[in-house]
Design a protein around this ligand. Structure first.
Ligand SMILES: Nc1nc2c(ncn2[C@@H]2O[C@H](COP(=O)(O)OP(=O)(O)OP(=O)(O)O)[C@@H](O)[C@H]2O)c(=O)[nH]1
Ligand SMILES: [Mg+2]
Length: 303
């Protein structure tokens, strides 16, 4: 859609409006929260999947309360899309808090065996104690939780080596709980992605939306892409320039967006820049790692 089509003369002002006011907490997420709570007593370990590009923004603040003292394993998934040195910063950050965070690339299978080992490791004492009491050995039960689209079902499929759970490149694919049994005495519980009722910080909401954890359909894609361009101009100007073959970036996000559109020849039948196409392209190329390996947060950003 051309810029003028949507909001008339004031569209530029509209685009500059910082407040996307993102909130996405449909009824099924409340149900998932209840599901997590109700199934917690059945499991030995909670695996918390975070997006390696946004470990802070993809951490559900409700999980600490929900999971209580259950042994926890933290996974930084989609590490193939993250900036290597920033990923190392996050691993150190967790280590300093006594938490072993395991980087995983589910598509290639990197780190998934460490996940299994760590799950067994954190329940070793409990399992030994049960054995000493004469109880029969039983599988270790693991619940996988995380924001939508972070790769929960994919990791389960990688571990079973078959398509046990449905996956997809949009949030909200898994609708209910599903137990999957693994060789080596492990049972995994897949859960639907959950967010939390209110984003206190819209930066967090934006990061989740950039990484496809919030449904695009509820967002203004053009404004979202502008915000992503603004962020990339700030943190990764070189990668942005290289991807879109720009000698310089614009003074503003809008200027840069225009330059990208012209470079790619995204013009409508009415010879105007096709902003919907530019927006979708930039968002998808970021999400697929085509602009580069980019992390949107470092531990220092935590307020
Ligand atoms: N690049 C990359 N993509 C991944 C990785 N893990 C998962 N994906 C992709 O991320 C998308 C979402 O994966 P799912 O496994 O469906 O995510 P989910 O967490 O189960 O999502 P919901 O069920 O919607 O909550 C799919 O397109 C996967 O192929 C990874 O390590 N790297
Ligand atoms: Mg899923």
């Amino acid at each position: 859609m051309a810029r003028g089509d949507k909001m008339g003369e004031n569209y530029d002002d509209y685009l500059r409006d910082d407040n996307l006011h993102i909130n996405w907490y449909p009824g099924h997420m409340k149900k998932t929260k209840d599901l997590v709570r109700d199934n917690l007593k059945l499991v030995d370990v909670v695996v918390e999947l975070l997006d390696a590009r946004i470990p802070f923004s993809s951490k559900n603040p409700d999980i600490n309360k929900l999971a209580g003292n259950k042994p926890r394993v933290v996974i930084l998934n989609k590490s193939d899309l993250a900036d290597k040195s920033k990923l190392d910063m996050w691993i150190r950050y967790y280590k300093n808090q006594g938490i072993k965070a395991i980087p995983v690339d589910t598509l290639k299978g990197v780190g998934v065996n460490r996940l299994v080992e760590e799950c067994k490791n954190v329940v070793k004492d409990k399992m030994n104690a049960l054995k000493e009491k004469g109880r029969k050995e039983r599988p270790v039960r693991v619940m996988i939780v995380g924001v939508p689209n972070v790769g929960k079902s994919s990791i389960i499929n990688k571990l079973t080596g078959r398509k046990s759970a449905i996956t997809g490149d949009k949030p909200g694919v898994t609708k209910g709980k599903q137990w999957v049994r693994l060789k080596g005495n492990l049972e995994l519980l897949d859960t639907p992605g959950i967010l939390w009722p209110k984003f206190e910080d819209q930066e967090v909401a934006l990061n989740l939306a950039f990484c496809r954890s919030i449904k695009d359909e509820i967002l203004d894609i053009e404004t979202l892409a502008l915000r992503l361009i603004r962020k990339l101009m700030e943190i990764e100007p070189q990668k942005l320039k290289e991807r879109y073959k720009l000698e310089n970036l614009g003074e503003t996000d809008i200027e840069t967006m225009d330059m990208i559109g012209r470079k790619r020849g995204f013009i409508t039948g009415r010879k105007e820049l096709d902003y919907t196409r530019i927006a979708t392209t930039v968002l998808n190329e970021f999400r697929d790692g085509k602009i580069g390996k980019i992390s949107l947060e470092v531990p220092e950003d935590i307020k």
